[in-house]
Design a protein around this ligand. Structure first.
Ligand SMILES: NC(=O)c1ccc[n+]([C@@H]2O[C@H](COP(=O)([O-])OP(=O)(O)OC[C@H]3O[C@@H](n4cnc5c(N)ncnc54)[C@H](OP(=O)(O)O)[C@@H]3O)[C@@H](O)[C@H]2O)c1
Length: 346
């Protein structure tokens, strides 16, 4: 147990959700506010954030009534929920001490308190890679790609694999892991520049810029015999189109649905129109949440670190600086300005 009085006099600031976003997220859906420095009781600790991880899935929980079995909807006027990395300033809980570095699900504040009900894990004392890697390629992003590939895609040499949002944080890692496992990997992305980088620097065999070429045409062109694996981060019409190109015994990794998080009118998203094809082709479609696999994080970390060391996996980051840039960073990510993991450094 320890305390730090210096931090108790420092100003605290936060970015709160100012109103419910309708449709496309805007920077003025958020507001910067001053907050008192949190005071901690027994069982709590005071933490200082150093990095915010921008995670596309959190856009869903900004919507009214979006609470589900996984997370509650974010509250209006409250700091925006986020995965964060930082340092423990003072601790009155037995499992953390001042100076420990952590990754947790807290909020866009400079300082927070974290009690036993908050999801917070300690990072190793001596980090083997830069801190930002533990928010991305060695954090939730990398773990998501790892479990989706290992448990559901289960690549075999010669498989044809297609990844949507392939230049994004999860998609970029998933594509590289599929490539390392011997698959022929096709990435779908929304800009010519990002497609070129995926092919030249990240080992993708081919790419489709969905803003330039109709996806159906692109898939016919690049995988005329169909695909064995679809690693889907986008959902909606992208998923529907891709399901028309799966082969017998294909595996479809239902990782996310970023195209549907900003649906403005609240109408149900149309589902796939060919599910009976999945029956006759004996296709596996499986959703997952990486947080269910907490017991296997050391396995995933070892696999991802090994791939980084061997050069099979490269890290990519899109980083903005300062707490006030968090809304812009989140909007940039949804607009596809990022290549790799979107982060805010405080
Ligand atoms: N299951 C899990 O445990 C888990 C964990 C973490 C994340 N996820 C999911 O993984 C996916 C990726 O998340 P991330 O945090 O890594 O974000 P990200 O991929 O880094 O950023 C989102 C990307 O999605 C693309 N995009 C945005 N709107 C789109 C649209 N309407 N149609 C097609 N593409 C669109 C954009 O790239 P382009 O448009 O340029 O391609 C953008 O860069 C999300 O669906 C998220 O929910 C799942």
């Amino acid at each position: 147990m320890s305390t730090n009085t210096a931090a108790n006099t420092a100003p605290n600031t936060a970015i709160v959700l100012a109103r419910r976003p309708t449709g496309q997220l805007r920077v003025d859906d958020f507001r910067k506010v001053d907050l008192p420095m949190p005071t901690i009781s027994d069982g709590e600790m005071l933490v200082e954030h150093r990095l915010f991880s921008m995670d596309a899935g959190f856009r869903n929980w900004m919507n009214e009534g979006s609470g589900d079995g996984y997370l509650a909807a974010m509250a209006l006027g409250e700091p925006v929920m986020s995965l964060t990395l930082g340092t423990v300033v003072a601790s009155k809980r037995p499992d953390f001490a001042a100076g420990d570095q952590f990754m947790g699900r807290l909020a866009w504040t400079r300082f927070s308190k974290a009690g036993p009900d908050d999801f917070v894990t300690r990072l190793p004392k001596d980090l083997r890679f830069p801190l930002s890697y533990y928010a991305g390629v060695l954090g939730g992003t990398g773990m998501t790609a790892y479990f989706g590939v290992e448990d559901i895609a289960r690549p075999r040499g010669g498989d044809v694999a297609v990844v949507s949002a392939a230049a994004g944080a999860v998609g970029n890692v998933a594509g590289q892991l599929l490539k390392a496992a011997g698959a022929y990997v096709i990435g779908i992305s929304g800009s010519a520049e990002k497609c070129a980088v995926l092919e030249k620097e990240f080992g993708f065999d081919a790419t489709i810029n969905y803003r330039q070429e109709d996806l159906n045409t692109g898939l016919k062109r690049l995988c005329p015999e169909g695909m064995d694996i679809f690693f889907d981060n986008v959902g909606g019409t992208t998923l529907n189109t891709a399901l028309h190109h799966v082969r017998e015994f294909a595996r479809v990794v239902l990782c996310g649905s970023v195209s549907t998080y900003e649906s403005a009118d609240g109408k149900p998203i149309p589902g796939p129109d060919n599910l009976f094809d999945m029956v006759t082709k004996r296709v596996l479609l499986k959703g997952f949440m990486y947080t269910d696999e907490a017991g296997r994080y050391p396995e995933a970390m070892a696999g991802l670190e090994g791939a980084l060391r061997s050069g099979a996996l490269r890290n990519a980051e899109y980083k903005l600086k300062g707490i006030e840039s968090a809304p812009q960073a989140f909007c940039d990510m949804l607009a596809g300005k990022n290549l790799g993991k979107t982060l805010v450094e405080l």
